[in-house]
Write a protein that binds this ligand. Structure first.
Ligand SMILES: Cc1ncc(COP(=O)(O)O)c(C=O)c1O
Length: 392
């Protein structure tokens, strides 16, 4: 079971999941006490044991996403880091990139910076505010002979709405364009299969629905990508081939310079096994039930406006995330009241997704986001609803 040491009603799992399964902390403290040497393929026994642990977590994660080569699973500090390794390693001067208005700043900002310096050309596809989903036909229309990458999220971190990545993946493959998916809001609850979904690059954090510790994430570079097309975003020590004057091209070390977060990765291995054993489909169903309960009951709170799909089956189009505003309160005010007076942790503001809020008409104040997770309960949603009734 989880370790929940105080009574806070934590509904901010889209930012990071909390609590974590107890097994995560146990695995980390065991590793720290017994094996936490600096990993190295050519080192002493403890170093080799640490390296073995990394490879075993690589294998677990590679299998979890339907990958075929564990050496192409690169550990990163978080989702943002994985996206930077991908963009700065893969994109070349003159490339055209297609992305969407649903992206988190971890996609929007690096791409915008590259566009501002005329390194790449960038097109942003809009989404329907009613459905919260992009139309693959708009992506198809935006492809030019210079398009080298389509980069998009699997689910909106504001609306929770699930995007048609299989359709876009097939389209990209047919048109000879590479496809990057940001799995931040879906990995651990929705199936992601890098082979079936034609995903060339998958970036993900370990600390959201994979239930791992902060400081963890990964990038899977599919076998469809020739590593000669890549540059190392980060260069330095790799624990082997030390005589090479430049970054050795051997994967995964090519994209993994410096001492890795071994303690965190050990926790991520334990959490991924926990997630797999508890059936992600069941967790998703649990989260959707809580979101649907919120949607149904919120219809009774008149000044409350929910963004994206509403109605009796609306949660089926979402992961466990929903955003709303309550008339006469700014999102920041309402977030502070819920926190101070009710011990309910939600996320007010722009959620690092300013373009999404522009399309929704909620820029610059944003909205209040509620995101139940694996350990959230129906009673906690009741308490949130009671609080909203009281202040609404
Ligand atoms: C859709 C999406 N992409 C990327 C990220 C960035 O992940 P991280 O915070 O691990 O860098 C987030 C985090 O909230 C996200 O929601």
């Amino acid at each position: 079971m989880s370790e929940n040491s105080h009574n806070v009603i934590y509904l901010d799992n889209a930012a990071t999941s909390w609590p974590k399964p107890a097994i995560v902390g146990e695995a980390m403290s065991h590793f720290l006490a017994q094996e936490a040497a600096n990993p190295g393929r050519a080192g002493h026994r403890m170093a080799i044991a640490a390296e073995k642990m990394l490879d075993s977590v690589r294998k677990t994660l590679t299998e979890f996403i339907g990958g075929t080569d564990l050496h192409r699973l690169v550990f990163a500090m978080n989702g943002t880091d994985a996206l930077n390794i991908a963009f700065k390693g893969f994109l070349r001067q003159g490339d055209h990139v297609i992305t969407t208005m649903l992206e988190h700043n971890s996609i929007s900002r690096p791409l915008q910076a590259m566009a501002d310096s005329s390194f790449i050309k960038l097109t942003r596809i809009d989404f329907s505010p009613q459905t919260g989903v992009i139309d693959p036909a708009d992506v198809a229309q935006a492809i030019t002979p210079q398009t080298r990458l389509i980069a998009m999220t699997h689910a909106s971190n504001v609306l929770g709405t699930i995007q048609p990545i299989s359709e876009v993946g097939k389209l990209a493959r047919e048109r000879g364009v590479r496809f990057l998916v940001d799995g931040a809001q879906t990995i651990g609850v929705l199936p992601i299969h890098v082979m079936d979904d034609c995903i060339d690059l998958l970036a993900f954090p370990g600390h959201k629905s994979l239930l791992g510790p902060t400081g963890t994430g990964g990038l899977y570079v599919n076998t469809s990508i020739n590593m000669d097309e890549f540059r190392a975003f980060r260069e330095g020590g790799t624990g082997g081939d030390s005589g090479s004057p430049t970054q050795p091209r051997l994967m995964p070390y090519f994209l993994e310079a410096g001492t890795p977060n071994t303690v965190g990765i050990c926790g991520l291995g334990a959490s991924t096994q926990y997630v797999a054993a508890h059936d992600p489909a069941k967790t998703l169903q649990h989260e959707r039930t809580l979101v649907q309960k919120f949607i149904d009951a919120a219809a009774e709170i008149k000044p409350l406006v929910i963004y994206g799909p509403v109605g009796s089956n609306a949660a089926a189009h979402r992961v466990g995330t929903i955003s709303f505003n309550l008339n006469s309160y700014s999102p920041q005010e309402l977030g502070a009241i819920l926190d101070d007076s009710f011990e309910i942790a939600v996320r007010p503001g722009l959620h690092c997704a300013p373009y999404t809020h522009k399309t929704l008409g909620t820029f610059p104040d944003g909205a209040v986001r509620v995101s139940p997770g694996h350990f959230s309960t129906s009673e906690q949603i009741d308490q949130l609803l009671a609080a909203l009734h009281e202040v609404g």
